[in-house]
Design a binder for this molecule. Structure first.
Ligand SMILES: Cc1cc2nc3c(=O)[nH]c(=O)nc-3n(C[C@H](O)[C@H](O)[C@H](O)COP(=O)(O)OP(=O)(O)OC[C@H]3O[C@@H](n4cnc5c(N)ncnc54)[C@H](O)[C@@H]3O)c2cc1C
Length: 409
């Protein structure tokens, strides 16, 4: 085996999942994460189908993920007075198991921390590749050398910018912005969510942490905004301008937003790249193939991507020139399918006119009685399962009762 020392940038889903599998195959992972500490909480993400579940099971974390599941049931569309107009089934939103992203990141961190060097509060500033490895400089820490560098640093990947070029070349804005934050569950929602939609806007609330709190969610149609991701005050001003007087709970939520501990605001976007690697640098998860937050596929895809990338590196004896190409061959079609799940959803989420919004609301009302009522959930499951995972023969102890043999069968 060669190229054993691997630097991973980003500690959310793809990063620690990759560290887990690299370690099982005999590599030495180091993770650098820009945040000063692991970020807890956040919005809900989901896993669906056997490909996702079998990787979680083989990692020995499925029980922990299930124990932390949100347990959210159906979501309802309401009118401006808060009266329920239509109910959407749980499996459309929550898959087989839904969990807050931060809780998932914590579980993956706990599973990898004993054998992974974690560098919090730092970021890579330059990557210089030569025949034997990559010289890496950091914002805070001293320069170091690694055999390989993997970017698992999300939609706005720093690694991608350093190794492949500016973000505008790869990130496609889908015409919608999104904001999410934690707030009080003042509606007393019980493992459920309510959403109110009007032309070009959607505001929703769903209960979290067994109803002790709620997540406020805003989506609005808009061209790409030139906002710095760290300028929270400006982002909040934009949101307030968009939603003031929109109706339902929007004004109250806008007031509460000022006190939110975890305000998140971003463009809904996809990442499209012709190649996911360059020399000794490769990308995994949202950094390489973000299907958009609206696809409901990002976490599962990041998890599967990490499994395949580590497996192909091991299968090639650590030879990145072979492994990175095989990683793409094995994953490209799957990632494309996940991306398609994000196409067109923005339009459904926030239709441009009041007429279309009304039409959609009426459609959702009758949907439970239509023959194709489960179609969207079925398509999502089929997409999530559209990969045969190779058993890469990972070594190392598995938790009792867990078997990686299911992978590839
Ligand atoms: C609002 C919303 C709702 C979503 N809903 C779902 C859903 O229902 N189902 C689903 O499957 N997916 C969902 N997703 C998508 C899912 O969160 C992502 O696809 C998934 O988290 C991808 O994981 P990742 O590890 O590749 O990237 P990320 O989770 O984005 O993590 C990137 C990490 O890199 C770190 N980082 C960033 N820059 C640097 C740097 N310079 N140096 C070091 N570290 C850095 C970040 O702090 C972060 O920890 C949703 C996403 C959003 C935004």
């Amino acid at each position: 085996m060669k190229n054993l020392d691997v630097l991973i940038s980003g500690s959310s889903v793809a990063g620690p999942a990759l560290a887990y599998w690299l370690h099982r195959h005999g590599f030495n992972p180091t993770i650098v994460e820009r945040a000063p500490a692991l970020r807890d909480g956040g919005y809900a993400v989901d896993f669906r189908g056997e490909a996702h579940l079998s990787v979680l099971r083989a990692m020995g974390v499925l029980d922990a993920v299930e124990a932390a599941r949100t347990g959210t049931g159906s979501m309802s569309y309401v009118n401006s007075a808060g009266k329920v107009q239509a109910k959407m089934p749980a499996d459309l939103f929550a898959g087989d198991v839904e969990i807050l992203r931060g809780d998932l990141a914590r579980i993956l961190y706990d599973a990898t921390e004993p054998y992974t060097e974690y560098l919090f509060g730092d970021s890579v500033t330059s990557l210089t590749e030569d025949a034997d490895g990559v010289a890496v400089t950091f914002e805070q820490g001293a320069p170091r050398r690694f055999d390989l560098v993997i970017g698992a640093d999300g939609l706005h990947s720093n690694t991608r910018r350093l190794a492949f070029g500016p973000e505008e070349r790869f990130v496609k804005h889908l015409g919608v912005h999104c904001a999410i934050f934690t707030t009080a569950n003042h509606l007393g929602l019980d493992h459920t969510g309510h959403a109110y939609r009007t032309a070009g806007k959607l505001v929703a609330m769903y209960s979290a942490r067994h109803n002790t709190e709620a997540k406020a969610v805003f989506y609005f149609a808009s061209p790409a905004l030139d906002l710095d991701r760290r300028e929270v005050t400006r982002q909040q001003a934009v949101l307030a301008e968009q939603f003031a007087g929109t109706g339902w709970e929007s004004d109250r939520l806008l007031r509460d937003m000022r006190y939110a501990p975890d305000f998140y605001f971003d463009s809904v976007a996809q990442v499209r790249m012709d190649s996911w690697s360059r020399g000794r640098v490769a990308l995994v998860g949202d950094a390489a193939y973000c299907p958009s937050s609206l696809s409901g596929m990002g976490s599962g895809l990041a998890l599967v991507g990490a499994y395949v990338l580590a497996g192909e590196l091991a299968a090639a004896g650590g030879d990145h020139r072979v492994a990175f190409g095989r990683y793409e061959d094995a994953l490209r079609e799957y990632a494309e399918g996940c991306r398609k799940m994000g196409d067109g959803v923005a339009w459904l989420m926030v239709p441009g006119s009041r007429f279309m919004a009304g039409l959609l609301n009426r459609y959702y009302k009758v949907m439970p009685y239509l023959p194709g009522k489960n179609m969207a959930a079925k398509i999502a499951r089929k997409t999530a399962e559209n990969i045969v995972l190779r058993d890469y023969g990972a070594r190392g102890a598995l938790p009792t009762g867990q078997s990686p043999d299911r992978l590839g069968h």
